[in-house]
Write a protein that binds this ligand. Structure first.
Ligand code: SF4
Length: 401
């Protein structure tokens, strides 16, 4: 099965969110059949995988990996569940993983244990003979899903009609469709990661007086503030309203137009949680991801990408106390790997990235065994034109990092 560039719009259901958000409960590996009882929208999978125990799945995944040898590279995003990440050849953030895969031409198959936009980026950067596979095709990113490519093209047309062509430069966060990255590439814009966002915006402001930023309003706003842009010069584009719910004058007066998107995981963190952490541990250092709201970022001691968070905690002296505002699977892993420090998540209600969580080991076993049998399941493939322009925008990002 080959999936073209269109992103799976499979939203997180209320039921699914509730199933994962539990106070003080460890994250347990359940047979897939139990998880499917609440996750009714997950991709269907052959029956034989539903009832396998975690040990049986581990053995089958390990067996298939061995058989595939160097023809396979398995990538695990930092937010991935432990029962998946333990099999990853590389773990990291989305862009670093895509680069790793591209640097391994002997690997015909890139199995990306992440979400859909990450697999697309890997396909854009990889060689023609490499095939990118997403074990569960419904593993989308709720933030990326808030910016369908067609809606962004619609905004682009409306801005050109209202403000004139060439007046605004598009900048997109890595967490977006290949189609949006291509729009940026075609129109003089750029892609950024959470760590390169300030440099990318600086680069863009050297070329235009106004920027439109997709799809995360919080990363856009936090970065704009870092660059000294006043809040009054930032407007939010609501894709459900004509002209984004803004007047032509508001658009003309703005310097930064923010797409109304957000991360459902990072917007769970609050200033009250930071205050509670400080009360409990006076020496605590609070570090959060810049996808958190402006109020949370300003109340924290530090903010930065997942790589920055990992590095800060790993390199801190023994006895340090860290309250972390990012995805729980990563925070738990950091706590386990740093037993000489106190590391905890700001939000006591455990809530992993539920779309990332859809990569259950049963899906990994299914696609790997498919490859052993010569069958490519869940290939994510970007068309040539989109690939070309998305790559242009990604290459610009490399110049400003
Ligand atoms: S943590 Fe948020 S931004 Fe990251 S993949 Fe999950 S939903 Fe998307």
């Amino acid at each position: 099965m080959t999936i073209q560039t269109r992103q799976p719009t499979v939203p997180i259901t209320e039921m699914e969110r509730d199933a994962f958000c539990r106070t003080d409960e460890p994250l347990v590996v359940k047979p897939l059949v139990e998880e499917l009882q609440v996750n009714v929208r997950w991709q269907r999978i052959p029956r034989e995988y539903l009832h396998l125990t975690s040990q049986e799945l581990d053995e089958r995944i390990a067996g298939a990996r061995q058989e595939l040898g160097k023809r396979l590279v398995l990538l695990g995003h930092h937010y991935q569940r432990d029962d998946i990440i333990k099999f990853a050849d590389y773990r990291g953030d989305s862009y670093m993983l895509a680069q790793r895969a591209a640097a391994q031409p002997e690997a015909d198959h890139i199995v990306f244990c992440g979400v859909h936009f990450m697999a697309e980026t890997a396909d854009v950067l990889s060689a023609d003979h490499q095939q990118v596979i997403l074990p569960n095709i419904t593993a989308g990113c709720s933030m990326a899903d808030m910016a369908p490519t067609e809606d962004v093209y619609d905004l682009w047309d409306q801005l050109a009609e209202t403000l004139g062509e060439g007046e605004t430069l598009p900048v997109t966060y890595m967490n977006s469709t290949a189609g949006i990255k291509a729009l940026c590439g075609k129109n003089g814009g750029i892609v950024c990661t959470s760590s390169s966002a300030p440099a990318a915006l600086r680069w863009a402001f050297e070329r235009a007086s106004r920027i439109v930023f997709f799809p995360d309003q919080h990363l856009g706003r936090n970065t704009g503030l870092k660059l000294g842009i006043p809040l009054e010069q930032m407007v939010v584009w609501n894709p459900f309203k004509p002209l984004g719910g803004l007047t032509p004058q508001q658009l003309r007066d703005s310097r930064l137009i923010l797409w109304q998107g957000h991360c459902s995981v990072h917007t769970r963190f609050t200033v009250a949680q930071i205050q509670a952490a400080r009360q409990r541990y006076p020496s605590v250092r609070v570090v959060v991801h810049p996808e958190c709201t402006m109020e949370v970022v300003q109340a924290a001691d530090d903010n930065g990408s997942t790589e920055h968070i990992v590095r800060s905690i790993t390199q801190s002296p023994p006895g340090s106390v860290w309250a972390v505002g990012t995805e729980i699977s990563l925070v738990k892993r950091l706590a386990d790997q740093n037993p000489d420090k106190t590391v905890f998540c700001l939000d006591s209600m455990i809530c992993p990235c539920s779309t990332m969580y859809r990569i259950h080991p049963a899906y990994l076993a299914w696609v790997l065994e498919g490859l052993v049998q010569g069958q490519v399941i869940n290939r994510v493939s970007v068309d040539e034109e989109t690939k070309h322009w998305a790559k242009v925008a990604l290459e610009r990002m490399l110049q400003v990092r």
